[in-house]
Design a protein around this ligand. Structure first.
Ligand code: HEM
Length: 167
């Protein structure tokens, strides 16, 4: 059976996607401030993780043990807009590396779920204590990202109530 790892071009294909992705992260005003200046080690870890995530060799776990990704992201303020930006840049990297649409769609079902699971910080604007909403801010908000955050909160309440998938 062909895995997503194979469909993405194996180690070589995933390596190219990861490099393209971090080239974008480096220049992104929303993401770059929370990443280290030198992305070499970050890219190496992401490469090892994605090989394993998509059904290839378990390179990441061999070196670092259980991924526990949410815990490893907890020290970084991941807002809904950062999660959306991460997904957008990854989507561009897939396109630029010529991944076919079906493979991309399948891979993004998993990446989207994981990215939302990493979200651990509300949008700063949503918690601005002194601002009186004007008609224009009301028209512009809530953004998709804020709605995503609310949905995530809702899912969090459901699962902590113990009535679904994580229970
Ligand atoms: C949702 C948006 C995300 C943001 C803003 C984000 C941000 C970060 C940051 C700041 C680091 C630390 C970099 C370093 O210190 O080297 C990191 C590490 C990492 N991220 Fe993410 N990440 C996101 C989503 C994801 C997703 C969806 C995955 C996997 C599919 C992922 C996989 C990893 C891995 C494997 C590491 C290395 C962990 C380690 O230290 O061993 N991240 N991420």
């Amino acid at each position: 059976m062909q895995t997503l790892f194979d469909a993405l071009g194996g180690s070589e294909g995933i390596g190219r996607i990861v490099n393209t992705f971090y080239g974008k992260v480096k220049n992104d005003p929303l993401l770059s401030p929370i990443f280290p200046e030198d992305l070499t080690e970050t890219a190496r870890k992401q490469y090892m993780f994605l090989c394993q995530f998509f059904g290839g060799p378990p390179l990441y776990s061999e070196e670092f043990g259980s991924p526990m990704l949410r815990a490893r992201h907890i020290h970084f303020p991941i807002t809904p807009s950062r999660a959306e930006r991460w997904l957008k840049l990854m989507s561009e990297a897939f396109d630029e590396e010529g991944v076919d649409p079906l493979t991309k769609e399948l891979a993004f079902l998993r990446l989207t779920k994981t990215a939302h699971h990493m979200t651990n910080t509300p949008e700063p604007e949503a918690h601005e204590p002194h601002s009186t909403p004007s008609p224009s801010t009301l028209t512009n908000a809530p953004s998709n990202a804020v709605r995503t955050f609310k949905t995530l909160n809702f899912l969090g309440e459901r699962s902590s109530a113990g009535n679904d998938r994580n229970g």
